[in-house]
Structures are given as C-alpha cells and as structure tokens.
Design a protein around this ligand. Structure first.
Ligand code: APR
Length: 580
C-alpha cells in the first residue's frame, strides 16, 4: 500500500489519483466536425470566444420517424396549427400555477383530465410561499422561459436526428439551443411523447408533466420540491442576460456490433491502475475523466418523475443532460450514450429521499477551446437489474455487463482521449441490486480491455474500498490476465451451484494460488475455456493457466517503458494543474 509522507492515506488506496490520466489538454472526442455520423446544429465559429449561431439560417421542417417531431412543425398530423395555439396560450399573462396548467393543457387537449399538476401547485403553495418569490417566478422567470421556448423555430433550424438503436451517431447542440429545448420540455410542448404513442414507446419521457404530476404526501417526499428548485435555478442562469452562449454539448450513441465485442475468456491484458476512495463522488472528484452515469436503459431514469439516486441527481445538477431524453432510444445490451461538455449548474446535498438542492454551482471545469466544450465526459451505461442476486454470476450476465461497460469505456479509444481514466463506483449495486465486489471487478476487466485506469468511489464504504483494493493488488501482482479472471468467474458460478454463498474473492485467490502454471510445450495447451464455457475440472478450484513466460530482460524493458509513460503523463498533469 502506497504510503503518503510515511502515513497510510486516510480515505484512498492504490495509485495516487493525480498520476492517472485525464482529458485536460487533449482534443475532446468526438471532434467538432460535421460528418455523416455527427450532426452539428450550429455554425462552428472561428474563435473560441464567438457566439455559436444556429445553422442553417432558416427552419428546416421535417416530420418523419428519423427525426425529433418538433412542436413548431407545420406537418403535425392532428393539429396543423398546434404551434399557433402554443404561442397564443403561452403569450397570455400567467400569474399563478393554475393558469400555467391551463396554458399547458390548451395544447395537450387529449390529456385533459389525465394530466395532474400536484407538484407544481403545491410548490407555490408550500415552498415559494413568500409573495415576492412567487411574483419573481411568474412576473420575471416564467416569461423568460416562455420566450426561450417560443424561439424554437429560430434557434433549432436543423432537424434533430433520433439516436436510434444499433446506430453510432453524435449530435452537437449549443447551450442556448439546449436551453430552448428544455424550455419546451418544461412547458410540455413536444408532440406524441406521452401516454400510448407507440412511436415513442421506446424513448424516455421528455415533457415535464411527468414531474409536475408527482404528489408530496409525506415529509420524505419533499425531495421532489428540490428537483424543481434545480430546474428553476438552471433556467434562472440560462435566461440571465450575462449568460453568453459560447459552449456546446455533444450527445453520442455508441453501438458495438457482435464482431467488435471482446472474447473475454481469451483476453491477455492485465488489470490497469486503480485509485479507490471511500469518500468523494464521481462528479466532484472525477474531473477530466470519463464519468460514469449509473443509467437506466431509458437514459435519465426517473429524473422527470420520482427518482433521485445517482443518475437522476447527475441530471438535476447538470440539466443539459436531460436533453438526451429527447432523442435517445432505449439502450440495448451493447450500447452506451456519451455526453461531452455538459455544464454543472447546481450544487446538492443528501441522496435519494434526502436529496436537497444546494444552491447555485459555478462550473470551473476547463474548456477545450477547439471544440467549445467543457472537459466533462459523462458515460451512461445501464446495468442489469437482479431480482435474484445469484443470477449475476451466470456467464451470459457476466458477458452482458462486461460488454456494456466496455461499450462505454472504450469510447474514443482511437482518439486523442485514448488513455483517459474512468471515474466510477458501485455501478448496478444500488437500485439494481448487484454485488459491488463482482461489479467492480467486471468494470476493472472492461477498463483493462479499454486500456483505461480506474478511479473508484465506494460512496462511504471503507471495508468495500479495502477489499476491492486488496483483490486488485493481488491480481495485479500475480499478473493474472483478463481472460483468466473471466474464466475463474465462470468456475465460481459452477462452484456456487453446489456451495452456499462462497466468498468470491477467497475463491478467486485460492484458484489463482492453486493454479499450476503450465510450462510452454510444443503442443498448444487447449484453452481451459471452450466458447466461453469452462471445461471444468472435477475440483473446481484447480485451474490450468496458460501464461506466456517472458524473460526478465523483456519484463525489465517493459517496466522501463511503463515508467517513462507515467513520467510523461505526470508532467502533462502538473502542467495543466498549474495552468488551471
Ligand atoms: N458518485 C459515486 N458513487 C455514487 C454516487 C456518486 N455521485 N451516487 C451514488 N453512488 C453509489 C451508491 O453507493 C449507490 O448505491 O452508487 C450506487 C448505485 O447507484 P444507483 O443509482 O442505485 O445505480 P444502479 O444500481 O445502477 O441503479 C440504476 O437507478 O437512478 C436509477 O435511472 C437509474 O434506473 C436506474 C437505476
């Protein structure tokens, strides 16, 4: 264990975080260049300080199943002049929440009697109780939100492609365009996005009626008010005259076809570096790294609804992430969604029902001037939900989670951002009931295959931190490969069938320690795993390990190269730390 000035560090183990690579100074991926796979909704300005203007000049109206159906489209089937109704309703004076409800319902007639606005009304009855606060909202802020929303035909002039399943595509949107889209979502103007519309059944909620309908029935429902406070604060900032739109955010869908998935049982990589801490959070302490969103397959989860755990909180403190719900179809097992450049607008405290808005947040994340985006890459990957925890060890579930994490971690692997670390934590181990000892190991395997170091936050659990770190150190010191670890996990699943709750890490250690290292012989040692299934020997803890034996001089040379690489990385880091 690394001792810092002679003392064992209090809250972290493993490699010092500052030695692990971050994206600062690199060219953020994807580059801001329009291609058949990258739609850019604004004109790319020459200088870093120029305003991002909408592109093209005039509104290009499309109403098809490949693009977002815009509220201002003249091709709306049911109601050609629905946009006129929206403009007329929202242009009338709105002085209280009941009038806001009436305005919203006037262009959502089909939901009359179905949509409820409990939270919206009780927010003004029980939270913004002072008259001046309510006036401030209805006299000042709401008109700005409405003006922003009604700019839709001039702000968003290019059709927004849907990020459909089995597709790789990116969309870059300026912050003011994002604000305009979110204003429309807040005012529930997006058509066909609610209830029984089959065409959008596999898309997340985008209209905010899903949040407005929530009821605060007991005191621990009050976190719902806090969600509204985050959204209101976001609109306060983006409608402030000093808010200048010079930044953009890129939303990317990553799909890995079968032939690009690793054959986990055969991989010979070894684990990468690990920094693991019991304090800290991904968003606060994963700066410049790939920050994992413990997502739902329907990205955003219940942010526009009752949820307030890791993904929803991330979307509430960085509301620009919510726009991904407008065009991202549900994720399939080998897909991920990556959002680059999102700004953080809110601070917070607490978690789940104790979530509380913590006031305004000034985001000082460095900016990649080449692409007008902050060095903030959020990688959304949805874990499996396990009603029966035993099933998570099933080989097909192991492969599914490895592929899912790899689909996120390998993003930009062939780019300038190829060795940025991953900042993660107990992915799939909260609402989705996964085992963090297994899940952390799977993430380390996927990160190893993606050649990324790992920064892991155990969210307060010190014993988990120490046990995961101990396992990582053991496997690293023994040079156990990704393939071997995968094969041991398959053996563990077998062993578990006839033993109740064997300790995973003890099983791994005993298997590695008892394994016989086969000397290389002329005939190829048949891999102990055939097609992902292990040819299990009688005594499951025995194993056959093929390991390429290397001469010490090769190992020494490799070690020197490794040290050189680390020194270079440290120099880059020190340079950017002193610059920022
Ligand atoms: N940083 C690091 N770790 C965190 C953070 C954070 N900011 N927030 C929470 N954690 C840890 C906690 O230990 C938590 O129990 O991650 C664990 C898992 O968080 P969950 O949100 O429960 O993730 P998961 O189990 O993958 O469930 C995903 O929940 O938010 C919804 O939309 C999401 O439906 C999806 C489901």
């Amino acid at each position: 264990m690394m001792k810092k000035n002679g003392k064992i560090p209090v809250n972290w183990r493993g490699t010092e975080k500052s030695l692990l690579p971050r994206s600062f100074g690199m060219k953020l991926y994807p580059l801001l260049i329009p291609t058949p796979h990258h739609t850019i909704l604004f004109k790319i300005p020459k200088g870093a300080d120029n305003i991002l203007e909408s592109y093209p000049e005039n509104f290009h109206d499309i109403w098809d199943d490949k693009h977002v159906k815009m509220p201002c489209s003249v091709f709306e089937k049911e109601n050609k002049n629905r946009w006129d109704i929206i403009v007329a309703s929202l242009s009338k004076p709105i002085k209280k929440s009941e009038q806001l409800e009436d305005a919203i319902m006037s262009y959502n007639l089909k939901y009359k009697g179905k949509w409820r606005f409990h939270l919206l009304h009780s927010f003004f009855e029980n939270v913004l109780t002072k008259e001046e606060e309510t006036d401030e909202f209805f006299e000042n802020l709401l008109p700005k939100i409405i003006n922003l929303a009604l700019e839709l035909p001039t702000f968003i002039t290019s059709p927004i492609p849907l990020l459909k399943q089995n597709n790789n595509h990116s969309i870059s949107i300026s912050q003011i365009q994002i604000a305009c889209l979110l204003a429309n979502a807040f005012l529930c103007t997006f058509p066909n996005r609610n209830g029984d519309y089959s065409e959008y059944k596999t898309y997340p909620q985008i209209n905010f009626n899903g949040l407005f309908q929530m009821k605060v029935q007991k005191s621990n429902d009050k976190y719902l008010y806090e969600k509204l406070k985050c959204i209101i604060n976001y609109f306060k900032k983006v409608t402030d005259p000093n808010f200048v739109c010079k930044r953009a955010v890129t939303y990317s869908r990553r799909y890995l076809p079968e032939n690009e998935l690793p054959t986990w049982s055969k991989l010979t990589n070894q684990l990468t570096n690990l920094h693991i801490a019991s304090t800290g959070t991904i968003e606060n302490d994963g700066d410049g790294m790939y920050q994992v969103d413990f997502a739902d397959k329907s990205i955003g989860g219940k942010v526009i609804g009752m949820g307030s755990v890791q993904e929803e909180i991330r979307f509430l403190i960085c509301p620009e992430l919510i726009v991904s719900q407008l065009f991202s179809q549900k994720m399939l097992p080998t897909e991920s969604i990556i959002i680059t450049g999102a700004e953080r607008f809110n601070d917070y405290s607490g978690y789940s029902k104790s979530f509380k808005w913590g006031g305004n947040y000034t985001d000082d994340t460095p900016i990649d001037d080449n692409s007008h985006r902050r060095y903030c890459t959020v990688v959304a990957i949805d874990a499996l939900y396990f009603r029966n925890p035993k099933l998570q060890f099933d080989p097909k579930n192991l492969s599914r989670e490895l592929n899912k994490a790899y689909a996120g971690f390998s993003w930009g692997n062939k780019s300038d951002c190829s060795d940025v670390s991953v900042a993660t934590g107990n992915w799939g181990c909260g609402v989705f009931r996964g085992d963090c000892h297994l899940k952390s190991l799977l993430q380390m395997l996927s990160a190893a295959e993606a050649k990324r170091d790992v920064v892991y936050f155990t969210f307060g659990k010190t014993t988990t931190r120490d046990s995961i770190n101990d396992m990582h150190s053991f496997l690293k010191n023994k040079n156990v490969t990704v393939g071997e670890i995968f094969r041991i996990l398959i053996k563990y699943n077998e062993y578990m069938q006839s033993h109740s709750k064997p300790n995973l890490y003890e099983f791994i250690k005993s298997t590695v320690n008892n394994s016989v290292v086969q000397k290389p012989q002329n005939k190829q040692i048949p891999p102990a795993v055939i097609d992902g299934q292990l040819n299990v020997s009688k005594n499951a803890s025995q194993s056959v390990r093929e390991k390429p034996i290397q001469s010490t001089s090769i190992l020494k040379r490799e070690r020197n190269e490794e040290t050189e690489k680390k020194k270079k990385k440290r120099k880059i880091d020190e340079h950017f730390q002193s610059a920022s």
